[in-house]
Design a protein around this ligand. Structure first.
Ligand SMILES: NC(=O)c1ccc[n+]([C@@H]2O[C@H](COP(=O)([O-])OP(=O)(O)OC[C@H]3O[C@@H](n4cnc5c(N)ncnc54)[C@H](OP(=O)(O)O)[C@@H]3O)[C@@H](O)[C@H]2O)c1
Length: 317
């Protein structure tokens, strides 16, 4: 249970990756300012978190089951919190989906929205009324740079993050009146199981319904570029956890938080040309016309982006 003065932080999707690192970083806060309720849909996956939390487990970090796709699970979890009092809600749970849309069933697409969009909405609906009553709280949502800029062959995942951005942008205005802050974290690529799971899914895919050209563009053009980008621009989940801690500790938390400044010019493209032509044509050329050049650029970038040279919009350090 949280002791007086501690802020109660509830985080979704803590079995791995970014959620796990945020939970551990906050639970190990030197001044013990946080009581972390780390949640995951399957408690059988708790070992990695428990090990990483070390002595904080059972003290500043407790575990609860929570599936963001289930009304019942969400209600049970929030009801189990003393007085339903949550100071900071971190909506981290999410799934990816990659590939030509012809090969992806409607069921798979709906699952992405059910988790990445409705999962967050479900959490916010359950927690927000108490925050509004108390005139205090902070809702953090793990969006993505893909919530700001579409990326080829990530159509459905990107759409789910765009939906989240629109939802939060609208809600943030109302909640400010109740002294409740909303913040979006917008990482670029991060080295977690997310990446591994997607690569495994892609390897298993046999692309039913997609024509041979599309499959070739996906496998032979997009995938190698994507791997180059991950290699050159990828952050660690620890980086994102540090950025998130900064955001929740700010006296006036920012609404948008790009965690990787290498993406700032990419996102700026769409605002530089209201017709959208600049960003669509730039990404088209990068992928289909300048593939080899892009590979070289990413290789150079990889050499240049050691932590001493890289400047980030929200620096994790
Ligand atoms: N990695 C990246 O490149 C990247 C970039 C930008 C944004 N993000 C976002 O960052 C967030 C965390 O991703 P990650 O990179 O840390 O990936 P990850 O290691 O795969 O973690 C995702 C977490 O979400 C959980 N989850 C999935 N469905 C759930 C559900 N229905 N209920 C509760 N938990 C559920 C997973 O639990 P299980 O173990 O049970 O599956 C896992 O704990 C996601 O929202 C993702 O979209 C990731």
């Amino acid at each position: 249970m949280a002791s007086s003065g501690q802020r109660v932080v509830l985080i979704t999707g803590c079995s791995s990756g970014i959620g796990l690192q945020i939970a551990v970083l906050l639970a190990k806060d030197e001044k013990k300012r946080y009581h972390v309720i780390a949640t995951m849909r399957d408690l059988k996956k708790k070992d990695k978190l428990v090990e990483a939390a070390g002595e904080a487990y059972g003290k500043t970090l407790t575990l609860q089951p929570l599936d963001v796709c289930s009304d019942e699970s969400v209600q049970q979890c929030i009801n189990s919190v003393k007085d339903r009092h949550i100071d900071i809600l971190i909506n981290n749970a999410g799934i990816g989906l990659l590939g030509p849309i012809e090969s992806i069933s409607m069921e798979e697409m709906k699952k992405v929205f059910e988790t990445n969009f409705f999962g967050v909405v479900r959490m916010i609906k359950e927690v927000m009324p108490d925050m509004k009553k108390r005139r205090s709280g902070h809702i953090v949502v793990m969006s993505s740079v893909m919530g700001l800029q579409g990326v080829v062959f990530n159509d459905v995942y990107t759409a789910s993050k765009f939906a989240m951005e629109g939802f939060c942008e609208s809600l943030a205005v109302q909640l400010l009146k109740f002294n409740v802050n909303v913040s979006l974290m917008e990482p670029g690529p991060v080295h977690t199981e997310f990446e591994t799971k997607m690569m495994e899914d892609v390897a298993k895919m046999d692309y039913p319904g997609a024509d041979a050209d599309t499959v070739r563009y996906f496998k032979d053009v997009y995938m190698p570029s994507s791997m180059d980008i991950f290699e050159a621009m990828g952050q660690t989940p620890e980086d994102i956890a540090k950025c998130t801690k900064k955001v929740i500790e700010a006296s006036r938390p920012r609404f948008r938080n790009l965690t990787n400044s290498l993406y700032t010019p990419i996102v700026a493209l769409k605002y530089a040309d209201e017709t959208g032509g600049l960003s669509v044509n730039t990404f088209y050329n990068l992928l289909f016309n300048f593939g080899p050049l892009m590979h070289i650029t990413m290789t150079i970038l990889k050499c240049l982006t050691c932590s001493c040279l890289r400047r980030r919009t929200i620096s994790p350090n």
